[in-house]
Design a protein around this ligand. Structure first.
Ligand code: PMP
Length: 430
């Protein structure tokens, strides 16, 4: 094992990490390289990656086909502005997105990150209302326990308690929230679950532009898996009330929940769909917001006649090229079989955690495994404990969870699960 890299101490004092402090920050681990499902630390240790870099590295790291796509594109051009110019990588990516996403989504807006894709989706819904002269319909309806990103528009539809609404009160627009769905994925459906949403639409329908939600899997807001019938019911309610449905599949897209898109569990198509994270196989930041002809035609058919968004790095060619290659790779493999294998292995491997007094719940869906604890973990201690066991698992709050790359083999899945069992077993008993 070699020593910590010389720049690490300076970096810790000067560089912000996600949701972190600069005053005596918790440890960060320097990664030198990554290949397959292994992260190689600067000190020579190797970790099995349980996080797929926050849902994104679905094929693992340093994949030859994805590297080749980037290198090939790099030889032509790394970037070119998208205003007035276009390129094959954007066209070819849009084409495959329209093909694989739920029916009717045929127009694509490329954004720089998941949060921006959500901003774009919200803006589409608001421009749609403005185009129809429905200026009173400016609020969104969403679910508690949701997470949609860290920019202001996205934050406003995150869970009001965990989503920093207190900190930014008076700045964030105030939207309408309903309780999160209670019926779990796999449990018998109970139609009463949809009643709070129906009541909220009855009460606020005239001021609502759209419903926005994470279909079936609520990610960073609580790692909660709800019944697809809820989603199907939301679609029906939206249709009856003339509301647009925005599905944020930034975390769930590209197979993670066991369906190619979580909307597929319910057999529904949203009016607006947000994609990100796994879109580029985790290679670089890119997101997309898709919509149907009705929304696009409405926006473009009224003043100002254009959609009002256009970031500098829109449709970055490197990102588009690797995204197309990643989707082709996914479809060429039997991704559903691999995700199903991971689901069974995680379910078996995490089941013993149920017996631990620290554990409130264990749930698995697709390639997502969650151990919910009674108490939040100490982030100065727990990530280090996982590293000491040769795995990369980064919990948040009361949730210890994994969403490994789809190429993770059974032996590595077992190591991840046994590390979780051992680390949780070592936590204080509440
Ligand atoms: N929506 C969902 C469902 C997400 O999980 C995330 C990221 N965790 C975002 C939006 C925001 O994406 P980004 O971090 O790329 O801005």
């Amino acid at each position: 094992m070699s020593a910590a890299p010389p720049w690490l101490a300076w970096e810790r004092a000067h560089v912000w990490h996600p949701y972190s402090t600069l005053q005596d920050p918790p440890p960060v681990f320097a990664v030198e390289s990554a290949a397959g499902v292994r992260l190689r630390l600067a000190d020579g240790r190797e970790l099995i990656d349980g996080m797929a870099s926050w849902w994104s590295a679905i094929h693992g790291y340093n994949h030859p086909a994805l590297n080749a796509a980037v290198e090939d594109q790099l030889g032509r051009m790394a970037h070119v502005m998208f205003g007035g110019l276009t390129h094959a990588p954007a066209a070819r990516l849009a084409e495959i997105l329209v093909e694989v996403t739920p029916a009717g989504l045929e127009h694509v807006f490329f954004a720089d990150s998941g949060s921006v894709a959500v901003e774009v989706a919200i803006k589409m819904a608001l421009q749609y209302r403005a185009a129809r002269g429905e200026h009173g319909r400016r609020r969104l309806l969403t679910l508690r326990g949701g997470y949609h990103g860290d920019t202001f528009g996205a934050m406003a539809v995150c869970d009001p308690v965990t989503g920093m609404h207190g900190l930014f009160r008076g700045v964030l627009p105030e939207h309408v929230f309903v309780p999160r769905p209670e019926v779990r994925f796999g449990a018998p459906w109970d139609a009463a679950d949809i009643e709070p949403l129906v009541a909220a639409v009855d009460a606020h329908g005239e001021e609502l532009a759209a419903v926005i939600l994470e279909p079936v899997v609520q990610g960073a807001g609580g790692m909660w898996f709800y019944h697809p019938e809820y989603l199907a019911a939301v679609r029906r309610v939206c249709d009856a009330a003339g509301l647009l449905l925005i599905a944020d599949e930034i975390a769930t897209g590209f197979g993670r929940s066991g369906a190619l898109f979580a909307c597929d569990h319910a057999g529904i198509a949203p009016d607006i769909l947000c994609l990100g994270k796994g879109l580029t196989g985790g290679y670089m930041t890119l997101a997309a917001t898709l919509t149907n002809a009705h929304v696009a035609d409405t926006i473009c058919g009224a003043e100002p006649g254009v959609f009002m968004h256009g970031p500098t790095f829109m449709a970055n060619p490197l990102a588009c090229a690797v995204a197309r290659a990643s989707i082709e790779l996914l479809l060429a493999d039997d991704w559903a079989a691999e995700v199903g294998r991971i689901e069974r292995r995680l379910a078996a491997g995490l089941a013993p955690c149920r017996a631990l007094p620290q554990v409130a719940d264990v749930r698995v869906l697709g390639a997502i495994g969650v151990v919910e604890l009674h108490q939040p973990v100490d982030m100065r201690v727990v990530p280090q404990a996982f590293v000491d066991r040769g795995v990369w698992v980064r919990p948040f709050g009361r949730l210890v969870y994994v969403m490994p790359p789809y190429v993770t083999d059974d032996a590595d899945l077992d190591t991840l699960c046994s590390a979780i069992g051992a680390v949780v077993d070592g936590l204080p008993v509440p």
